[in-house]
Design a protein around this ligand. Structure first.
Ligand SMILES: [Zn+2]
Length: 177
């Protein structure tokens, strides 16, 4: 599709992609979403109000949410385990004392020397102070308490990171309302 200059930013706008079952599964740009709609692989769920993309002969409403017509079976439907995603899951908050805006690190709840593993369930965000205080002791020995049980996050949590104020229309589909 050829677009007028004023359409350039619209074409790159983020679009939430829902599975056939209305679960959020992906984020793509408007260009990709329109291809899926034209090829009849997806249906429009919600458009951006009063906005249209113009080709030579047609005007297209701008999608903000689309739904895949055929159910997509998902594998590896979990966020990747890494430091950044652990911080994100824990909302950049020390899971022992609740401190924010301090240097953060990743703590092994069961320390490595005691056989603790590198898993979502054994890794939490901790401030340097709590991390040092805990040291290589088992949690029960320290008297420290976790603020919440760490879980393996569904990828929807990653998608939620994108759901800021400008994309308020996505909120019901990301289970934020
Ligand atoms: Zn702390």
């Amino acid at each position: 599709m050829t677009c007028r200059a004023d359409s350039k930013s619209l074409i790159n706008r983020a679009v939430l992609v829902l599975n056939q079952t209305y679960e959020p599964i992906h984020i793509c740009d408007v260009r990709r979403a329109i291809v899926l709609l034209i090829e009849d692989k997806a249906s429009m769920v919600k458009t951006v109000n009063h906005q249209a993309l113009h080709s030579v002969s047609q005007a297209f409403p701008v999608p903000t949410i689309i739904r895949i017509n055929k159910y997509v079976r998902l594998r590896n439907w979990y966020a990747v385990l890494n430091k950044a995603n652990i911080f994100r899951r824990d909302n950049y908050t020390c899971q022992y004392c609740g401190a924010q805006d301090v240097p953060l690190t990743v703590d092994h709840i069961i320390p490595k020397v005691l056989g603790g593993s590198e898993t979502w369930e054994n890794l939490v965000t901790a401030c340097i102070y709590c991390n040092n205080k805990k040291g290589d002791r088992a949690l029960a020995e320290t008297g420290m308490i976790l603020r919440k049980r760490p879980i393996r996050p569904h990828k929807v949590h990653t998608l939620q990171q994108f759901a800021g104020a400008p994309l308020a229309e996505w909120r019901p589909y990301l289970f934020l309302d």
